[in-house]
Write a new protein. Structure first.
Length: 321
């Protein structure tokens, strides 16, 4: 399937705003990963997101707003949560907050929960679109459910190569951070990190008391319904904390921890920079997946800072169904 890829110029932005007004879903860049966006107030628009992704309807979507005032129109945001919004928005922090009743958010967006996940994205293309329309955008990552997230339009197209209709997308380059936003449940005391991401526990700690949700792996009722154990997965099996390459495997290295030169490998960051590794992670997994190898061996990644979010994604990518 050939998708419609547009440059990030004024005419494309206006065209995309028009498609959104007409209840279509389109692919837009954010600073984290590419998103599949649609009018959060329209159930017919939001239903298209679920259909394109083949996403289970119990898994709610993040609502993207242009600023914290727009967030307050749809949610009851506590003073502490508002301070976090002021500190980190626009940027890769999603706040789970109580939904205001009767504000028009499609029940498909929240999957029937009485909370809503909201974030204000920093990417200039996404911001420009939000400023051209007068409704918030529901936007999950632009990939088939359970498959790798995408940080370039090429990778979006790779994920959706077998879709039966063309998607319209704006090419905003590669996503700066490369990992999905940190999700913080602000309704608990202390607040709980539901998904590790580019904004780290340490950064949040400077503003408020926060703990980490460790129950998300096996708990039958998940706090973030999308945090199923198997997720972000390439079609090729992944082997973590590898120290060598088994014949037929391709490798994903980090720093000078390399897996040997008997097979094809990529290095997430030759200089051991975790932010560079996060930026490259999904793109390199797409590249390795295309090689249809026996497996992908992944070198150990340091478990601190954004390395915690990288290891979270890798653990889910490696999980068996
Ligand atoms: O960086 C991001 O957050 C990207 C870009 C496109 O903005 N979006 C993204 O969306 O990662 P998605 O749909 O792939 O992940 C959203 C996660 C899911 O795990 C979902 O269960 C959780 O957010 N979520 C949504 N609403 C929630 C709620 N009310 N309470 C708890 N978790 C919620
Ligand atoms: Mg996703």
């Amino acid at each position: 399937m050939h998708h419609h890829i547009l440059d990030a110029q004024f005419a494309s932005l206006a065209h995309c705003a028009d498609l959104l007004v007409k209840d279509n879903c389109i692919v837009l860049p954010t600073e984290t990963v590419y998103g599949l966006a649609a009018n959060a107030l329209s159930s017919s628009a939001v239903a298209k997101i679920y259909a394109v992704k083949n996403r289970p309807q119990f898994n709610p979507l993040i609502v993207h707003v242009k600023d914290s005032a727009a967030a307050q129109q749809i949610a009851l945001i506590s003073e502490d949560a508002l301070k976090l919004a002021e500190a980190f928005w626009p940027g890769p922090l999603t706040l789970v907050v109580p939904l205001k009743p009767h504000v028009g958010i499609s029940p498909l967006v929240t999957a029937g929960l009485d909370t809503v996940a909201i974030r204000c994205p920093a990417h200039p293309v996404f911001q420009a679109i939000l400023h051209q329309i007068n409704f918030p955008l529901a936007a999950p990552s632009a990939n088939p459910s359970q498959y790798l997230s995408a940080t370039s339009v090429d990778d979006v197209c790779h994920g959706f190569q077998h879709l039966d209709h063309a998607l319209t997308m704006i090419d905003g380059g590669t996503c700066a951070s490369g990992l999905e936003s940190t999700i913080l449940d602000t309704t608990t005391n202390p607040m709980t990190i539901l998904r590790a991401g580019p904004i780290t526990l340490q950064q949040l700690h400077q503003h408020t008391a926060v703990c980490v949700n460790h129950s998300d792996d096996q708990a039958p009722i998940l706090k973030a319904p999308g945090m199923m154990l198997r997720h972000y997965a390439p079609r090729t099996p992944i082997r973590l904390n590898a120290t060598n390459l088994i014949p037929g495997e391709v490798g994903l290295n980090f720093g000078d921890c390399t897996l040997g030169d008997q097979g094809f490998s990529l290095n997430l960051s030759v200089t051991s920079q975790l932010t560079e590794a996060a930026h490259n992670l999904f793109n390199f997994l797409h590249e390795l997946d295309k090689r249809q190898a026996v497996g992908i061996a992944v070198a150990p990644i340091p478990h601190h800072g954004i390395g915690i979010a990288i290891n979270d994604r890798l653990k889910r990518a490696a999980a068996q169904v």
